[in-house]
Design a protein around this ligand. Structure first.
Ligand code: ATP
Ligand code: MG
Length: 264
């Protein structure tokens, strides 16, 4: 088997009381891929992310990271292993500057945070990591600005910088374009793709914007009522009759023409 699987969910299930949010999900994410999860509201996408990152414990099933079973590994340890996550509501400290916010994240989440944190050299390395992350997202010119006064689009960039500063290899992004002006979306996606390429990251994306999903993804997992309905390349998903009939057609309209140059 030549596939390099960095993150895997095996038979993942999550029940909330009587409600089955994630039924029995098997998912394999290849290293370096941009792997999207799509599906209607309530399909279980965010819950699946929470199971993979450790925000939630599965009722059943396993999570494997780089081939190791991390099902029992707590959230903060997973971050240290290199599994990062951006949140819909980020812990941005409004009164701190943009740079201070990112540096704090680097210190708190960085894989080196168990080392002697008070040492100047480490402090400097966190500052450097923060400065580098701000450069990557194009926020360098706002480093000294209080986070509170950033416009919405820049707050999204700050969230990405915070995630980057943690130096995670796998980034899970839950609806990064939500609430964003349409004209800002391409720039955000270009940034995500550049970060993936240059930083050798693997990216998991939950996204409702089909234009974004069909053009940016290597693979797509379609979820429906807690189950995986289909998995494949954008072209395969577009052609998949079950997906079309089950809900994509009605939910997202005729999205086939959105696929540009996707191969099977
Ligand atoms: N903490 C919780 N307690 C109880 N039920 C929950 C909890 N989190 C999610 N659910 C339920 O689990 C199901 C799946 O929710 P989830 O948030 O994973 O869906 P989603 O695919 O992310 O939806 P959306 O596209 O709206 O974000 C829903 O029925 C939701 O109400
Ligand atoms: Mg969700």
């Amino acid at each position: 088997m030549s596939e390099d699987i960095i993150l895997e969910g095996r038979g993942l299930r999550k029940e909330f009381g009587g409600l089955v949010a994630v039924a029995t999900v098997n998912i394999r994410v290849r290293r370096g891929d941009l792997h999207s999860i799509i599906g209607p509201n309530g399909a279980g996408k965010t819950t699946l992310f929470n199971l993979l990152t450790g925000n939630l414990r599965p009722t059943r099933g396993q999570v494997l990271f780089r081939g190791e079973d991390i099902t029992a590994t707590p959230l903060h340890r997973r971050v240290h292993l290199g599994l990062g996550r951006s949140f819909q509501v980020t812990n941005i400290f409004p009164n701190l500057t943009v740079l201070e916010n990112v540096r704090l994240a680097a210190q708190a989440l960085g894989r080196d945070s168990f080392k002697v944190w008070w040492h100047y050299r480490h402090f400097k390395s966190y500052s450097d990591a923060a400065t580098g992350a701000l450069e990557q997202v194009g926020l360098s010119d706002k480093a000294a600005v209080p986070a509170a006064i950033l416009p919405h689009g820049d707050q999204r960039k700050l969230e990405m910088a915070i995630l980057l500063a943690s130096d995670a290899e796998v980034l899970l992004l839950d609806e990064p374009t939500a609430g964003m002006a349409t004209e800002q979306v391409p720039a955000l996606m270009e940034m995500i793709q550049r970060i993936r390429r240059e930083g050798h990251k693997t990216i998991m994306l939950v996204e409702h914007n089909m234009n974004v999903v069909m053009n940016a993804s290597d693979r797509i997992t379609v979820m429906h009522q807690g189950e995986v309905l289909a998995e494949g390349t954008p072209a395969e998903i577009t052609r998949n009759e079950t997906v079309q009939k089950a809900y994509l057609g009605e939910l997202y309209g005729d999205f086939a023409d959105l696929v540009q140059g996707a191969e099977s």
